[in-house]
Design a protein around this ligand. Structure first.
Ligand SMILES: Nc1ncnc2c1ncn2[C@@H]1O[C@H](COP(=O)(O)OP(=O)(O)O)[C@@H](O)[C@H]1O
Ligand SMILES: [Mg+2]
Length: 500
């Protein structure tokens, strides 16, 4: 009996209208085992587990709990079966207290009223199990993401779940918080809880999982042990080998294009110096909060800085002037393309023309005909998938939006392209196209500075890697000599102010 799965998603399919998002996938979850679901963004992982969480019912196939075919029409039914789900988007109600969130739907009663004392006692007990020491009276929305996640886990545990589903729980956690979470997961595992752990971070899988189910484009690809080597997992996940996934074609580096000397903004980054040559891709790695985005924004004139110099092709750039940076050939593709990179309501054509517009706006004229012609060329070159140049950018997929932002700089003739997390939220096909664009830019004598939190991407696409830690340059590595460990150990290093 002991090898009977707690839960089987048995040949389940989920369609939304004409679109099949999960296609005939089977997953088994056992007591005291961690089943990893691995797949690229959009592979269908969340949709798959949502069928066990009572969010969706399968279009075909069945759900088997303890050997019995079972319907899970809603979240209450899922909880009643001992399944607790921590969704990718956190579900806490910000305005309610931590205690109310933990005990939602099962608040303790006394004489027909909520027994507040008992509620806070139970909540405190639940919070203790996850090692979170916060006041259960405070509104959940006042906690940071990591703590909200721990509250969700406390809630799941207080449900005495026998099966815990965690949908990308590490996405917004720091290294330390991830270690804490993993400790908790191991403990639950040893207590016999079965788990589904969704991730696309390969390094996490071997350390946490038992078995890995790989899905791609909604379809089951393979089930393999968690000890499977990373390159093999990558190949299964994306259907391409590493070389095909990161198609960097190195160009011999030439003259320096961008030189940054002693760049400092008090309290944000300190004494940052580096050089990027024509033909080169410089990757900038580091933990969230290391100051990477702030530095590249300062270089591109988007934000001010206190001291230091930025020089492009030998000419110093004035501080904090985007227009001047653009005119000097520096283009920034920001981290949050929706907030600052793109005008979602405007057409592809207008978005592509925007950079040229910014640098030539002082003449007070817009060359409409020239803009349309350039936009057409760039859209073709970048293979932007759209109905036409007049389509709203907001209606394009993430990958195609990103190509529009890149295309804008290419059409403006930028020499130095600064890309901040260029492939976040972009599917694998479009990712490779973005990498190919980086190759084209460097082959044409341009330079690329790429900030990225995806280590495989940094390692796979950079020629040199600059690692930042706590606002300083912790080290610069030739990509050929770097691996995940050398980069991470620099990223967590305390940089001595005097030593750099
Ligand atoms: N309610 C829905 N209606 C239509 N399409 C959906 C719906 N939910 C998800 N999808 C689509 O299904 C695909 C898989 O999504 P998801 O399960 O969230 O993937 P993952 O969690 O692996 O990133 C995506 O292309 C997404 O746009
Ligand atoms: Mg998901």
């Amino acid at each position: 009996m002991s090898d009977q799965p707690i839960l089987t998603l048995d040949h389940v399919t989920k369609r939304f209208g004409p679109i099949t998002v999960v296609d005939d996938v089977t997953v088994n979850v056992h007591r005291g085992r961690i089943q990893v679901l691995l797949g690229e963004n959009g592979a269908g992982k969340s949709t798959l587990i949502n069928m066990a969480a009572g969010v969706h019912e399968p279009s075909s196939g069945q759900i088997i709990v303890d050997g019995h075919p079972t319907r899970i029409p809603d979240t209450k039914a899922s909880e009643a079966l001992g399944i607790a789900t921590i969704h990718q988007e956190l579900q806490l109600v910000s305005s309610l207290s931590v205690a109310e969130n933990i005990l939602m739907g099962r608040l303790p009663q006394r004489f027909g009223l909520v027994d507040k004392r008992e509620m806070y006692r139970l909540a405190t007990e639940a919070l203790t199990t996850v090692g979170l020491h916060v006041d259960p009276h405070m509104p959940a929305g006042a906690l940071g993401i990591a703590r909200q996640q721990l509250v969700e886990i406390a809630k799941a545990l207080s449900l005495k779940a026998r099966l815990l589903i965690l949908d990308e729980p590490t996405a917004s956690l720091t290294k330390h918080e991830i270690e804490h979470l993993f400790g908790l997961i191991s403990q639950l595992r040893s207590e016999g809880v079965g788990m589904v752990f969704i991730s696309h971070h390969l390094d996490e899988i071997a350390s946490i999982g038992d078995s890995v189910t790989v899905i791609r484009d909604g379809k089951f690809v393979a089930e393999v042990p968690a000890t499977t080597p990373e390159p093999e997992l990558v190949r299964l996940m994306v259907g391409r080998s590493i070389d095909e996934q990161f198609p960097r074609r190195a160009t011999p580096p030439q003259e320096p294009l961008l030189s940054v000397q002693g760049l400092t903004r008090k309290g944000t980054f300190t004494d940052v110096s580096f050089e990027v040559r024509a033909g080169e891709v410089l990757g900038i790695a580091g933990l969230v909060g290391a100051g990477r985005t702030e530095v590249v924004r300062a270089i591109a004139g988007a934000d001010p800085y206190d001291t230091g110099t930025v020089t492009v092709q030998g000419k110093p750039l004035p501080k904090g002037r985007i227009g001047a940076a653009i005119a000097a050939g520096v283009g920034l593709v920001p981290e949050d393309r929706k907030a600052v990179g793109l005008v979602l309501g405007a057409s592809v054509e207008d978005n592509l023309g925007y950079a040229t517009l910014m640098s030539s706006a002082r003449y007070g004229l817009v060359d409409r005909r020239g803009q349309a012609k350039r936009a057409n060329l760039v859209a073709k070159r970048l293979a932007i998938r759209m109905r036409g140049l007049g389509q709203r950018v907001g209606a394009l997929s993430g990958g195609n939006q990103q190509k529009v932002v890149l295309g804008r700089w290419i059409s403006a003739g930028s020499k130095v392209l600064i890309l901040d997390e260029p492939t976040r939220g972009v599917d694998v096909g479009a990712k490779v196209e973005i990498y190919q664009l980086m190759n084209e830019i460097t082959a044409a004598g341009g330079a690329v500075v790429m900030v990225s939190s995806e280590l495989p991407e940094v390692l796979g696409m950079s020629d040199r890697i600059l690692v930042m830690s706590d606002g300083r340059v912790a080290g610069v590595l030739a990509a050929a000599d770097a691996d995940q460990h050398t980069v991470m150990s620099l990223a967590v290093k305390e940089v001595e102010p005097d030593r750099v």
